[in-house]
Write a protein that binds this ligand. Structure first.
Ligand code: SF4
Length: 367
């Protein structure tokens, strides 16, 4: 049982973050924003893969000027990622972006901060403060002997204070380290110091495989402790991998459900069917399914019946033929060459006992 940390709620377009709202999946597109069609296409692809909020970097004026057209091309909740230039933040808010990622301590004097806060308030959009290793101020690095978790938390809270001083509380915070251990420590400290919703992530986590493992360890730990309201898995890989990994983390912790849950054995000397091939084929075939279904692919009769009995549909390798089960009942026996088609036919006609695909409820658009 996960006891979720109590946090405020902020709104990012049709998505709410924090409180008891579902933990949202984010990603970030890497197309040049001034290539509008390409960027919109990538945002919509991310959404179709399961991203609920998509971030767009705003590196220069051309990018800032493209934001209004990007906004027109999609209804996906969008975040503008801005460093230092407060004018880009104003342009993003004016363009209809749903959230700003900007650190108020880095955008110049009071006047600039006031301008961004006023615009965000007028548009009803939150600001995410994002601190990572590289952005910690020198005095804090000196104080803590490096960009340690304590330094990163203090840095984030400094930015928070600036917003609070102006009575702005629609805040989300992220503190990302590239080490899983430091990320865990940062968020644990931060979680006890404020009630703002937290955006989880490990920065520069690595490639698809190693980065997903590192992120799963860090975010899995935090989410299990009830910490975190939205997450992004940052990988040196296509956004599809990021989104899949994010959902994988949420599904493994039984926080949210989406599509296929596959149970398959590693196979061993007792294996009587090609588990790897069959499991991969099933996973591929059901990629993107909205059907809430658990499928077990097991190599032999030793552990197969047990696992298959807890699955909606099971395949168990047998001496002469491969057994197909539905909720633990044997419904057919097939040869190796026939089993995949038989399995897929069964999956297609299967009616989940639970309602199909719990989508998060969209909020009415009122801004
Ligand atoms: S289910 Fe059978 S084949 Fe698969 S790992 Fe267990 S004992 Fe081996």
């Amino acid at each position: 049982m996960i006891n979720r940390r109590k946090s405020r709620t902020v709104r990012v377009g049709k998505i709410a973050l924090g409180g008891s709202y579902p933990i949202a999946v984010q990603t970030m597109v890497n197309t040049p924003p001034d290539q509008i069609e390409k960027t919109v296409g990538e945002i919509n692809r991310a959404a179709s893969l399961g991203a609920e909020i998509v971030r767009v970097a705003v590196p220069d004026k051309r990018a800032a000027e493209a934001l209004a057209d990007i906004r027109k091309g999609t209804d996906v909740p969008l975040v503008a990622d801005i460093h230092f230039n407060y004018k880009f933040a104003l342009m993003a808010a004016e363009a209809g972006f749903d959230k700003l990622r900007i650190n108020p301590g880095n955008i110049g004097g009071e006047e600039n901060v006031r301008a961004v806060i006023d615009k965000a308030g007028e548009k009803g959009i939150p600001i995410r403060i994002g601190v990572n290793h590289g952005s910690v101020e020198t005095d804090l690095v000196d104080k803590y002997g490096g960009p340690k978790p304590g330094a990163m938390v203090e840095s984030a809270l400094r930015h928070v204070e600036i917003l609070e001083k102006h009575d702005f509380k629609d805040i989300v915070i992220s503190i990302k380290a590239s080490s899983a251990m430091e990320t865990i420590e940062c968020y644990k400290i931060l979680a006890g110091k404020c009630d703002y919703p937290l955006h989880l992530g490990v920065t520069e986590a690595g490639t698809a495989f190693g980065g997903a493992i590192k992120t799963s360890v860090a975010l899995g730990h935090l989410l299990y402790e009830g910490i975190g309201d939205t997450l992004r898995v940052s990988l040196s890989a296509d956004i599809e991998m990021e989104i899949k990994a994010a959902w994988g983390i949420l599904k493994a912790l039984e926080i949210r459900r989406r599509g296929l849950e596959l149970v398959s054995c590693p196979s061993c000397g007792r294996t009587e069917t090609n588990v790897y091939e069959l499991a991969e084929k099933v996973e591929k075939a059901l990629e993107g399914t909205k059907k809430d279904i658990k499928v077990a692919v097991m190599g032999c009769m030793v552990n197969g019946p047990g696992e298959a009995s807890g699955a909606d549909i099971g395949v168990i390798g047998g001496k002469a033929r491969i057994i197909l089960t539905r909720r633990g009942e044997v419904i057919g026996r097939y040869d190796e060459a026939e089993i995949f088609d038989a399995l897929m036919k069964e999956i297609e006609s299967f009616e989940p006992a639970k309602p199909a695909f719990i989508e998060r409820p969209d909020l009415p658009i009122s801004k």
